[in-house]
Design a protein around this ligand. Structure first.
Ligand SMILES: [Fe+2]
Length: 388
């Protein structure tokens, strides 16, 4: 192997010894070149590593800065929390507040439950009130229905009560009252035309003097009897105008229509107009009863009707002009003029008149029994008045 002019090695002119050396040199050179390349590669790698180290250090520094920043921020937050905690009340106080709040909640819940019950009761009350209203409406309807039925019954029984013309304000009870009285059992109708009735109708218990029947025969002291007492004995009375205007007397017309007094006549009782006056007066004074009502309306003058009370005592009823009286069927009674010896009386009757007197005793008559049952037994606890 020999060198060229430029100094490079070449194999021209070299022998076998020279070739081995050359190969060694080539191999050495290759090794050197490889080492050089490795070194260069290493240097590059080193540079890269160095670069990465620097970059990592930069990252670490950045991280450290950030971490430091976070740490400082956390410290600030912790400090703020610590201050906030320091501002809060102690735990025991908080627990007490919580306990008080729980009690308040329990109280409110109890009040709420009470309000719910109250509302429930109100709803039931409203429901009940609505039911009561409904029942009241139903009751009113039934009352109207009953009143209509009663009106029909009255018409069917030919009770001559022209209700609409008579007392437009009568309700069903008053109509029933009229029916009741119609059967001779008293009633409210007698309460009409009451003004000043005591001036024309008075009553008192009689003494036991057998003297002149035309005298008042007051007891000593006087013992007056109220009109209410007479009513309890079944005696109905009114005050009308009296006199001669009876044909146009609207009140008399109403009474006659209500009670069915279809018959009417006028009697003058005085010595001048009544033959055998004294005998007639004595006959009138015989105690008797009738099987129908005895109705008298004093147009002029005056007189006495005597009736027995529940204890068989005589009650004298003095009647003057304007007084109208109804003695019930079955009551023992008698009549006499007073000392003025004059009365002009209207007699009334339901249907054809029957004036027959049944002198006492006539307790077997049904009219008498019915009278006792209706007006006497109830007054004395079942102790009926016996005939003499
Ligand atoms: Fe009579």
């Amino acid at each position: 192997m020999a060198r060229t002019e430029r100094g490079d090695w070449c194999l021209h002119g070299a022998g076998p010894q020279h070739l081995n050396t050359f190969e060694i040199l080539l191999e050495s050179k290759a090794v050197v070149d490889a080492n050089i390349r490795k070194k260069e590669s290493f240097n590059e790698l080193q540079k890269e590593i160095q670069h990465q180290i620097l970059r990592a250090q930069a990252d670490i520094e950045e991280k450290q800065i950030e971490e430091s920043k976070n740490e400082r921020q956390h410290k600030e937050e912790c400090e703020a929390i610590r201050k906030l905690i320091a501002l809060q009340p102690p735990r025991s106080e908080t627990q007490k507040i919580i306990s008080d709040l729980e009690k308040e909640i329990a109280t409110l819940e109890a009040e709420n439950a009470s309000c719910v019950r109250t509302l429930d009761l109100h709803e039931k009350h409203l429901s009940f009130a609505a039911r009561v209203d409904e029942l009241q409406n139903t009751t009113e309807d039934e009352q109207k229905s009953l009143a209509d039925e009663l009106r029909v019954v009255m018409e069917e029984q030919e009770i001559s009560i022209e209700k609409a013309d008579f007392f437009p304000y009568l309700n069903s009870l008053e109509a029933s009252d009229i029916m009741h009285q119609k059967r001779g059992k008293g009633g409210k109708m007698e309460t009409y035309f009451q003004d000043g009735k005591e001036e024309v109708i008075q009553a008192w218990y009689m003494d036991d003097d057998e003297g002149d029947q035309r005298l008042p025969h007051h007891r000593e002291p006087k013992e007056f009897v109220s009109l209410e007492k007479l009513s309890e004995l079944g005696i109905v009375s009114w005050r009308l105008s009296g006199g001669d205007n009876y044909e146009t007397d609207e009140n008399l017309k109403k009474i006659r229509e209500a009670r069915g007094y279809s018959y009417m006549d006028i009697c003058d009782v005085c010595p001048e107009k009544l033959p055998n006056y004294e005998d007639k007066i004595k006959n009138f004074f015989e105690e008797h009863l009738h099987t129908d009502e005895e109705i008298r309306y004093c147009l002029e003058g005056s007189g006495y009707f005597d009736v027995r009370d529940e204890n068989d005592r005589w009650i004298r009823i003095a009647i003057k002009k304007g007084g109208m009286i109804v003695l019930p069927a079955g009551i023992y009674h008698r009549f006499t003029l007073d000392t003025d010896n004059y009365i002009k009386a209207m007699r009334l009757f339901v249907g054809e008149p029957v004036w027959t007197p049944f002198n006492r005793p006539h307790d077997d008559l049904s009219a008498r029994k019915e009278y006792l049952e209706t007006f006497v037994k109830k007054e004395v606890g079942g102790r009926a008045v016996e005939a003499r």
